[in-house]
Write a protein that binds this ligand. Sequence first.
Ligand SMILES: O=C(O)[C@H]1O[C@H](OP(=O)(O)OP(=O)(O)OC[C@H]2O[C@@H](n3ccc(=O)[nH]c3=O)[C@H](O)[C@@H]2O)[C@H](O)[C@@H](O)[C@@H]1O
Length: 435
Amino acid sequence: MSHLDDIPSTPGKFKMEKSPFIQSRMRWHWQSSLAKLTFWSIIFFCLILIFFFRSPSSNPLLQDPYRRSLRTYNWGGPAWEKRVRSSARVRSRNGFSVLVTGAAGFVGTHVSSTLKKRGDGVLGLDNFNDYYDPSLKRARQELLERSGVFIVEGDINDSALLMKLFEVVAFTHVMHLAAQAGVRHAMENPGSYVHSNIAGFVNLLEVCKSANPQPAIVWASSSSVYGLNNKVPFSEKDRTDQPASLYAATKKAGEEIAHTYNHIYGLSLTGLRFFTVYGPWGRPDMAYFFFTRDILKRKSIPIFEAANHGTVARDFTYIDDIVKGCLAALDTAKRSTGTGGKKKGPAQLRVYNLGNTSPVPVSNLVSILERLLKVKVKRNIMKLPRNGDVQFTHANISLAQRELGYKPTTDLQTGLKKFVTWYTGFYSGGKKAAG
Ligand SMILES: O=C(O)[C@H]1O[C@H](OP(=O)(O)OP(=O)(O)OC[C@H]2O[C@@H](n3ccc(=O)[nH]c3=O)[C@H](O)[C@@H]2O)[C@H](O)[C@@H](O)[C@@H]1O
């Protein structure tokens, strides 16, 4: 007899049997139903839990891709603090103790290693995001570690981490190079620009303003702030209120934010407007870098052209010249004037162009690479896309020359030769070119 036979066809008309056999079968039936109910309830409950924890809307860190960087880092503890202190220890007379944000980045790596070589204490900070091949950032990290620079893994939006770093080390200077770079990418991922270049910068300034002593800050602005300005060469006095990309707008916002923190809290702030920096250990998202990769793969090269066959040109600036400008900015930075978050007197606020003062058409850049790589280039002339690019850049560097002693010495041919030597060495050493 099936157990289904025990169940009446009409609910409510079930009559209890007195037989012990029937009673024990019924008990067994109820117990087994109860066990099943409990089992399925647990499964259901587990599914709800899994759904809750995996659901983006339940976890703001997962929901916002730009904030993911905040959740995964391990920092703190006596061994970690010892490494931080040792990396930031000054080894020369009158040396600085510098926190370099974006230390695993292109400019950050070069600046950190040069500071370390001259005896300054250097601590790096980098979130190792995947905007471009993180293995290149890891290779730069290895390079710095060999020269004694420790890079803390963390995000500039992490206030607790920044406060901890200032608790462990009384930094005299901050070289702030962490940023979301790239002009054209801003249309694809606008939030990452706001996250790093605005929110991250404000967070860093908040911590610096409360630090005791307050550090002097030198940070990376960009030639892109000149936007649609067509008065050449670009001078610091020219208008910068017509950005052509969100990237440029966030850098311009950074300059205004710097003014505010200088004005209210007495922070010493110097913004450096970099002009298309290139060189060994460079960024794979930049044209000279991926042109090199694609020329070697015999792919055609897209060369942008403005309306009416207008030439597109850049004031390409070699990394070593930029590093000299960065160090000169640190060396001439005056102390911040505030304490405990309060301004005690006027503080230094500066902005400088760091360019090469000699714009080169992009088609010439391609010709130089063609000669250096000894590969006939297939050129694909395309209309300059309307996604943030400007037609040309050209720096007037007289202010930086006068006040920083800045004097670029590397022309594009010489600089690209050094880049190509590095590139071919680096990527033939078993590392694949970033995609
Ligand atoms: O000077 C700056 O402030 C900026 O310099 C570069 O931006 P960009 O000058 O646009 O550098 P690339 O992306 O390397 O482009 C260089 C030139 O190649 C051109 N290009 C780019 C890509 C391409 O496929 N074809 C092409 O002709 C661009 O129009 C541009 O004139 C950096 O990527 C920015 O992060 C930096 O802030």
